[in-house]
Ligand binder design. Structure first.
Ligand code: AHG
Length: 300
Protein backbone atom coordinates (compact mmCIF):
# COMPACT_ATOMS: atom_id res chain seq x y z
CA UNK A 1 0.00 0.00 0.00
CA UNK A 2 1.40 3.42 -0.95
CA UNK A 3 1.94 6.02 1.73
CA UNK A 4 1.26 9.74 1.20
CA UNK A 5 4.74 10.57 -0.15
CA UNK A 6 4.94 7.48 -2.34
CA UNK A 7 1.62 8.41 -3.90
CA UNK A 8 2.83 11.96 -4.64
CA UNK A 9 6.00 10.59 -6.20
CA UNK A 10 3.99 8.19 -8.34
CA UNK A 11 2.03 11.18 -9.64
CA UNK A 12 5.29 12.99 -10.45
CA UNK A 13 4.39 15.90 -8.20
CA UNK A 14 7.25 18.43 -8.12
CA UNK A 15 9.57 18.31 -5.09
CA UNK A 16 8.46 21.71 -3.81
CA UNK A 17 4.72 20.96 -3.99
CA UNK A 18 5.40 17.57 -2.44
CA UNK A 19 7.16 19.26 0.46
CA UNK A 20 4.20 21.63 0.95
CA UNK A 21 1.74 18.74 0.99
CA UNK A 22 3.89 16.76 3.42
CA UNK A 23 3.88 19.77 5.76
CA UNK A 24 0.08 19.74 5.69
CA UNK A 25 0.02 15.96 6.18
CA UNK A 26 2.17 16.40 9.30
CA UNK A 27 -0.18 19.11 10.59
CA UNK A 28 -3.14 16.78 10.16
CA UNK A 29 -1.40 14.07 12.19
CA UNK A 30 -0.80 16.53 15.02
CA UNK A 31 -4.36 17.89 14.97
CA UNK A 32 -5.65 14.34 15.04
CA UNK A 33 -3.59 13.72 18.21
CA UNK A 34 -4.95 16.90 19.83
CA UNK A 35 -8.52 15.87 19.13
CA UNK A 36 -8.09 12.35 20.42
CA UNK A 37 -6.35 13.83 23.48
CA UNK A 38 -9.59 15.73 23.99
CA UNK A 39 -8.09 18.35 26.27
CA UNK A 40 -9.13 21.35 24.27
CA UNK A 41 -12.92 21.20 23.96
CA UNK A 42 -13.51 24.11 26.30
CA UNK A 43 -14.49 27.52 25.00
CA UNK A 44 -11.39 29.68 24.47
CA UNK A 45 -13.45 32.75 25.39
CA UNK A 46 -12.61 34.62 22.19
CA UNK A 47 -14.17 35.16 18.79
CA UNK A 48 -12.54 34.94 15.37
CA UNK A 49 -12.50 37.77 12.84
CA UNK A 50 -16.03 36.87 11.69
CA UNK A 51 -17.35 37.11 15.25
CA UNK A 52 -17.77 33.36 15.73
CA UNK A 53 -16.89 31.83 19.07
CA UNK A 54 -13.57 30.00 18.98
CA UNK A 55 -12.90 26.92 21.03
CA UNK A 56 -9.44 26.09 22.26
CA UNK A 57 -9.10 23.34 19.67
CA UNK A 58 -9.71 25.82 16.82
CA UNK A 59 -6.84 27.92 18.09
CA UNK A 60 -4.62 24.94 18.73
CA UNK A 61 -5.23 23.53 15.23
CA UNK A 62 -4.47 26.92 13.74
CA UNK A 63 -1.22 27.11 15.74
CA UNK A 64 -0.18 23.61 14.69
CA UNK A 65 -0.60 24.43 11.00
CA UNK A 66 1.04 27.85 11.27
CA UNK A 67 3.97 26.34 13.15
CA UNK A 68 4.49 23.52 10.64
CA UNK A 69 4.21 25.96 7.74
CA UNK A 70 6.84 28.24 9.32
CA UNK A 71 9.37 25.40 8.88
CA UNK A 72 8.74 25.16 5.14
CA UNK A 73 10.61 27.71 3.03
CA UNK A 74 8.53 26.95 -0.08
CA UNK A 75 5.49 28.59 1.55
CA UNK A 76 5.43 32.39 1.43
CA UNK A 77 1.80 33.25 2.09
CA UNK A 78 -0.95 31.92 4.32
CA UNK A 79 -4.57 32.70 5.08
CA UNK A 80 -6.44 30.96 7.87
CA UNK A 81 -10.12 31.11 8.69
CA UNK A 82 -8.99 31.85 12.23
CA UNK A 83 -6.93 34.90 11.24
CA UNK A 84 -8.23 38.27 10.05
CA UNK A 85 -6.32 38.50 6.77
CA UNK A 86 -3.62 36.95 4.66
CA UNK A 87 -0.09 36.91 6.10
CA UNK A 88 3.30 36.79 4.43
CA UNK A 89 5.43 34.16 6.16
CA UNK A 90 8.47 33.99 3.90
CA UNK A 91 9.68 34.27 0.35
CA UNK A 92 8.37 30.95 -0.93
CA UNK A 93 6.17 30.85 -4.02
CA UNK A 94 3.42 28.73 -2.49
CA UNK A 95 0.32 30.14 -0.84
CA UNK A 96 -1.73 27.95 1.48
CA UNK A 97 -5.21 28.79 2.73
CA UNK A 98 -6.92 26.68 5.35
CA UNK A 99 -9.78 26.19 7.72
CA UNK A 100 -7.93 24.50 10.60
CA UNK A 101 -10.99 22.98 12.24
CA UNK A 102 -14.25 23.15 10.34
CA UNK A 103 -17.33 22.24 12.34
CA UNK A 104 -15.67 22.94 15.67
CA UNK A 105 -19.06 23.30 17.37
CA UNK A 106 -19.37 19.52 16.87
CA UNK A 107 -16.26 18.69 18.91
CA UNK A 108 -17.94 18.69 22.33
CA UNK A 109 -20.59 16.21 21.15
CA UNK A 110 -17.96 13.97 19.55
CA UNK A 111 -19.16 14.23 15.95
CA UNK A 112 -16.66 14.18 13.10
CA UNK A 113 -14.84 17.42 12.27
CA UNK A 114 -12.25 18.30 9.65
CA UNK A 115 -9.56 20.55 8.19
CA UNK A 116 -9.58 22.03 4.69
CA UNK A 117 -6.57 23.20 2.63
CA UNK A 118 -6.18 24.94 -0.73
CA UNK A 119 -2.73 25.28 -2.31
CA UNK A 120 -1.83 27.98 -4.82
CA UNK A 121 1.19 29.76 -6.24
CA UNK A 122 0.24 33.37 -5.61
CA UNK A 123 1.49 36.70 -4.25
CA UNK A 124 -1.90 37.38 -2.73
CA UNK A 125 -5.15 35.48 -2.39
CA UNK A 126 -7.05 38.51 -3.62
CA UNK A 127 -7.90 37.88 -7.25
CA UNK A 128 -7.24 34.11 -7.26
CA UNK A 129 -9.86 31.68 -8.51
CA UNK A 130 -10.38 28.16 -7.22
CA UNK A 131 -9.27 26.96 -10.65
CA UNK A 132 -5.80 28.33 -9.83
CA UNK A 133 -5.33 25.76 -7.06
CA UNK A 134 -2.51 23.28 -7.61
CA UNK A 135 -3.95 20.86 -5.09
CA UNK A 136 -6.54 20.69 -2.34
CA UNK A 137 -7.23 18.37 0.53
CA UNK A 138 -9.56 17.74 3.43
CA UNK A 139 -8.87 15.78 6.59
CA UNK A 140 -11.67 14.09 8.52
CA UNK A 141 -11.22 13.43 12.24
CA UNK A 142 -13.78 10.70 12.91
CA UNK A 143 -13.47 7.15 14.18
CA UNK A 144 -10.49 7.15 11.76
CA UNK A 145 -8.43 10.08 10.55
CA UNK A 146 -8.55 10.26 6.77
CA UNK A 147 -7.47 12.59 3.98
CA UNK A 148 -9.05 13.21 0.59
CA UNK A 149 -6.47 14.70 -1.75
CA UNK A 150 -6.36 15.94 -5.29
CA UNK A 151 -3.25 17.04 -7.14
CA UNK A 152 -5.52 17.60 -10.16
CA UNK A 153 -5.22 14.02 -11.22
CA UNK A 154 -8.30 12.47 -9.62
CA UNK A 155 -9.20 12.11 -5.96
CA UNK A 156 -7.72 9.60 -3.52
CA UNK A 157 -8.31 8.69 0.11
CA UNK A 158 -5.64 8.04 2.74
CA UNK A 159 -6.24 6.60 6.20
CA UNK A 160 -3.98 7.06 9.22
CA UNK A 161 -2.76 3.62 10.27
CA UNK A 162 -1.65 2.33 13.68
CA UNK A 163 1.97 3.22 12.88
CA UNK A 164 1.02 6.87 12.40
CA UNK A 165 1.35 6.75 8.59
CA UNK A 166 -1.22 7.81 6.03
CA UNK A 167 -1.75 4.95 3.61
CA UNK A 168 -3.66 5.05 0.36
CA UNK A 169 -6.92 3.18 0.81
CA UNK A 170 -9.02 4.23 -2.20
CA UNK A 171 -8.14 5.84 -5.49
CA UNK A 172 -9.94 7.23 -8.50
CA UNK A 173 -13.00 8.21 -6.45
CA UNK A 174 -15.98 9.16 -8.62
CA UNK A 175 -19.26 10.92 -7.88
CA UNK A 176 -22.00 9.70 -10.16
CA UNK A 177 -25.74 9.66 -9.52
CA UNK A 178 -27.77 8.53 -6.52
CA UNK A 179 -30.40 9.81 -4.14
CA UNK A 180 -28.66 11.22 -1.08
CA UNK A 181 -28.90 14.78 0.28
CA UNK A 182 -27.17 16.91 2.91
CA UNK A 183 -29.33 20.05 3.09
CA UNK A 184 -27.63 22.89 4.98
CA UNK A 185 -29.27 26.13 6.11
CA UNK A 186 -32.84 24.84 6.10
CA UNK A 187 -33.70 28.07 7.94
CA UNK A 188 -33.77 29.57 4.45
CA UNK A 189 -36.99 27.62 3.78
CA UNK A 190 -38.84 30.13 5.97
CA UNK A 191 -38.04 32.79 3.36
CA UNK A 192 -37.37 30.91 0.12
CA UNK A 193 -40.19 29.05 -1.61
CA UNK A 194 -37.66 27.74 -4.15
CA UNK A 195 -35.57 25.98 -1.47
CA UNK A 196 -38.76 24.60 0.06
CA UNK A 197 -39.71 23.19 -3.34
CA UNK A 198 -36.28 21.63 -3.76
CA UNK A 199 -36.56 20.10 -0.30
CA UNK A 200 -39.99 18.72 -1.26
CA UNK A 201 -38.46 17.24 -4.43
CA UNK A 202 -35.82 15.41 -2.39
CA UNK A 203 -38.39 14.13 0.12
CA UNK A 204 -41.01 13.10 -2.46
CA UNK A 205 -38.37 11.25 -4.44
CA UNK A 206 -37.23 9.34 -1.37
CA UNK A 207 -33.69 10.67 -1.14
CA UNK A 208 -31.67 9.43 1.84
CA UNK A 209 -30.87 12.20 4.35
CA UNK A 210 -27.20 12.24 5.43
CA UNK A 211 -26.40 15.51 7.20
CA UNK A 212 -23.94 15.86 10.07
CA UNK A 213 -23.64 19.64 10.49
CA UNK A 214 -20.03 19.53 9.35
CA UNK A 215 -19.29 20.35 5.73
CA UNK A 216 -16.12 18.24 5.71
CA UNK A 217 -17.68 14.92 6.77
CA UNK A 218 -20.78 15.66 4.65
CA UNK A 219 -18.83 16.33 1.44
CA UNK A 220 -16.37 13.54 2.27
CA UNK A 221 -19.33 11.17 2.45
CA UNK A 222 -20.67 12.25 -0.94
CA UNK A 223 -17.29 11.66 -2.58
CA UNK A 224 -16.79 8.28 -0.89
CA UNK A 225 -20.32 7.01 -1.49
CA UNK A 226 -20.10 8.41 -5.01
CA UNK A 227 -23.49 10.12 -4.95
CA UNK A 228 -25.55 12.92 -3.50
CA UNK A 229 -25.60 16.66 -2.95
CA UNK A 230 -24.61 19.14 -0.24
CA UNK A 231 -26.41 22.49 -0.22
CA UNK A 232 -25.87 25.71 1.68
CA UNK A 233 -27.93 28.49 0.08
CA UNK A 234 -28.24 32.12 1.09
CA UNK A 235 -31.31 34.04 2.21
CA UNK A 236 -31.89 37.62 3.28
CA UNK A 237 -30.45 37.23 6.80
CA UNK A 238 -27.28 35.64 5.36
CA UNK A 239 -27.20 37.11 1.85
CA UNK A 240 -23.96 35.35 0.90
CA UNK A 241 -24.61 32.19 2.91
CA UNK A 242 -22.18 31.15 5.63
CA UNK A 243 -19.37 29.22 4.01
CA UNK A 244 -16.14 30.86 2.87
CA UNK A 245 -15.14 30.81 -0.80
CA UNK A 246 -11.39 30.64 -0.15
CA UNK A 247 -11.15 28.45 2.94
CA UNK A 248 -14.02 26.04 2.40
CA UNK A 249 -15.85 26.13 -0.91
CA UNK A 250 -12.99 26.38 -3.44
CA UNK A 251 -10.92 23.47 -2.04
CA UNK A 252 -14.08 21.33 -1.76
CA UNK A 253 -15.13 22.32 -5.28
CA UNK A 254 -11.77 21.20 -6.69
CA UNK A 255 -12.13 17.81 -5.00
CA UNK A 256 -15.70 17.48 -6.25
CA UNK A 257 -14.88 18.37 -9.86
CA UNK A 258 -11.83 16.11 -9.83
CA UNK A 259 -14.18 13.31 -8.75
CA UNK A 260 -16.41 14.04 -11.74
CA UNK A 261 -19.01 16.06 -9.83
CA UNK A 262 -19.93 19.74 -9.87
CA UNK A 263 -19.86 22.74 -7.55
CA UNK A 264 -21.82 25.92 -8.10
CA UNK A 265 -23.17 28.93 -6.25
CA UNK A 266 -26.50 28.45 -8.04
CA UNK A 267 -25.36 30.35 -11.11
CA UNK A 268 -21.59 30.19 -11.49
CA UNK A 269 -19.00 27.42 -11.03
CA UNK A 270 -17.39 27.91 -7.62
CA UNK A 271 -13.94 27.45 -9.17
CA UNK A 272 -14.49 30.41 -11.51
CA UNK A 273 -15.30 32.86 -8.73
CA UNK A 274 -12.57 35.40 -8.09
CA UNK A 275 -11.74 35.99 -4.42
CA UNK A 276 -12.27 39.67 -3.59
CA UNK A 277 -11.51 39.45 0.15
CA UNK A 278 -10.21 36.51 2.15
CA UNK A 279 -13.29 35.98 4.30
CA UNK A 280 -15.71 36.26 1.35
CA UNK A 281 -18.70 33.92 1.66
CA UNK A 282 -20.74 32.22 -1.02
CA UNK A 283 -23.81 30.03 -1.36
CA UNK A 284 -22.66 26.57 -2.42
CA UNK A 285 -24.04 23.38 -3.98
CA UNK A 286 -21.67 20.44 -4.33
CA UNK A 287 -22.28 16.92 -5.56
CA UNK A 288 -23.06 14.90 -8.65
CA UNK A 289 -23.59 16.81 -11.89
CA UNK A 290 -27.25 15.91 -12.02
CA UNK A 291 -27.94 17.06 -8.46
CA UNK A 292 -25.99 20.33 -8.70
CA UNK A 293 -27.73 21.14 -11.98
CA UNK A 294 -31.03 20.57 -10.20
CA UNK A 295 -29.98 23.06 -7.49
CA UNK A 296 -29.08 25.59 -10.20
CA UNK A 297 -32.43 25.01 -11.87
CA UNK A 298 -34.49 25.41 -8.66
CA UNK A 299 -32.44 28.12 -6.96
CA UNK A 300 -30.32 29.89 -9.57
P1 AHG B 1 -18.28 25.96 12.34
O1 AHG B 1 -16.88 25.60 11.90
O2 AHG B 1 -18.40 27.37 12.77
O3 AHG B 1 -18.86 24.98 13.32
O4 AHG B 1 -19.18 25.92 11.00
C1 AHG B 1 -19.31 24.71 10.32
C2 AHG B 1 -19.89 25.00 8.99
C3 AHG B 1 -19.97 23.79 8.07
O5 AHG B 1 -19.07 22.80 8.38
C4 AHG B 1 -21.39 23.34 8.18
O6 AHG B 1 -21.85 22.74 7.02
C5 AHG B 1 -22.12 24.61 8.46
O7 AHG B 1 -21.22 25.42 9.18
C6 AHG B 1 -23.38 24.41 9.26
O8 AHG B 1 -23.84 25.66 9.63
P2 AHG B 1 -25.18 25.96 10.41
O9 AHG B 1 -25.49 24.76 11.25
O10 AHG B 1 -24.84 27.18 11.21
O11 AHG B 1 -26.21 26.24 9.40
Amino acid sequence: MQNFSEYLRSKEVSDDLMSVLETLEESVKQISCSIIGGHCCKNAGSVNSSGEEQIALDLQSDEIITNEISKNSYIGLIASEEKPGEERVGRGEFAVCYDPLDGSSLVDVNLAVGSIFGIYKAESFIGVRGDDQLASMIAVYGPRTTILLTVKSGVVEFSLNKDGEFELVRDDLKVESGKMFAPGNLRACAFREDYKKLLAFWCENQYTLRYSGGMVPDVNQIILKGKGVFSYPAYEETPEGKLRLLFECAPMALLMEEAGGKASDGRVRILEKEVSYVHERTPVFLGSKEEVERCDEYLG
